[in-house]
Design a protein around this ligand. Sequence first.
Ligand SMILES: [Zn+2]
Length: 429
Amino acid sequence: MRGTRSWRCLGVIGLLALIGALLAGCGGATTGSSSAEDQAAATTAPLQPTATVADSTPVAAVATPSTTGPQVRSPMASTPPATPPLAVGGSIMPAPQGSGRLTAEEVQIYQPNELGVIPVLQYHVFVTDESKLDPFTTTIDRFTAQLQWLYDHNFFLISMESFISNRIAAPPGKHPVVFTFDDASPGQFRLILGKDGALVPDPLSAVGALEAFIAIHPDFGRGGFFAVLPSNCFAMPAEPDQMPYCERKLTWLAERGYEVGNHTLGHQDLFDVTDDVFAEQVGGASRWVREHVAGPGSMGDVIVMPYGNYPDKETHQEQRRMLREGFRFEGQEIRMRAAFMVGAEPSPSPSSLLWDPLFIPRIQTSDEVLDHWFEAFVSGSVILYVSDGHPGTVVLPTPLPSQLGAELDPDLIARQGKTLVNYHPGNQP
Ligand SMILES: [Zn+2]
């Protein structure tokens, strides 16, 4: 079991020696904007193009993520259902064959629940030496063991795009999981010479380990969102000999279903900077991703907030507006489709009233934190998203578990262009 310090912020590798100072100054409850108050302060204008935010989204209902360590997910557990779930609309199974829905038999087998939570795991530094573990690192062996645990417990790795656009196509019965990798440190993706002299991912880097796992378990899904720092680019500062492979790695990732996104140009703490600095750091990184990564894996419009910090709600409302509504930078329109916090719980479903694409929580990946959440997933104290396999429908049990009652808004689901489908668990067709 690792230490008990919360992973409220992340230091750039070169600053690991300054972790103590970073922890003291980079996040937590004082400056992090992951609190309910901060979210309530943000406007609720819908983001293009996903139309996932209701005008009436009660973001204030989102609980304050833990600042001290793992915490039982509180928003659902502490929020009573506003109305009896059965009062909502929607059709009852069975659905006709070939309609893009599960049959009545299938729905009883898979028991979908597409308002459950989705874990977004947050990885930073990868090492192979256990003695170098600290709250910011994972060993490749531990990472592989985590992959195995997720696979064995019916999780399915999905892309960032399918998650934030609410087009989740995990197979029926599976729990979607999203991987995020911050900072582009070299242990995340190292290229080495293979047997035939070609460059291949080092199996002792995260990408190599993940590829090896997927090769053995092709039904695990595929994905991984890399919030890169351009100056690191999977090389610096620890492995400068990897720097010549920067462009090749970015291309390799994008060609294989991975995604590359925004973490600002220079790991800028965005809590208290000028509007110009905000625009340069966010817009500049968006431009860098656009210029260096092609295809659907180029996601400079999805940002992981350095240290989990958002512009101060008291003094930088304009930057909060820029983050949500977009801004011009060097002649380009910059608009973030999603932003991720540092902590500290699974994400609401994109079909939930609690979903706000600009304040998406993530889960740290220290042993202590993962042990906590994995146990909660197994025990059922946290209700996981269970896919029906079809992005166009939101399939829910009736009655809905009480923890999820306050998250259901049939009108929101309809505005998302989805069909709400209810079923009675245990009913024989
Ligand atoms: Zn970072």
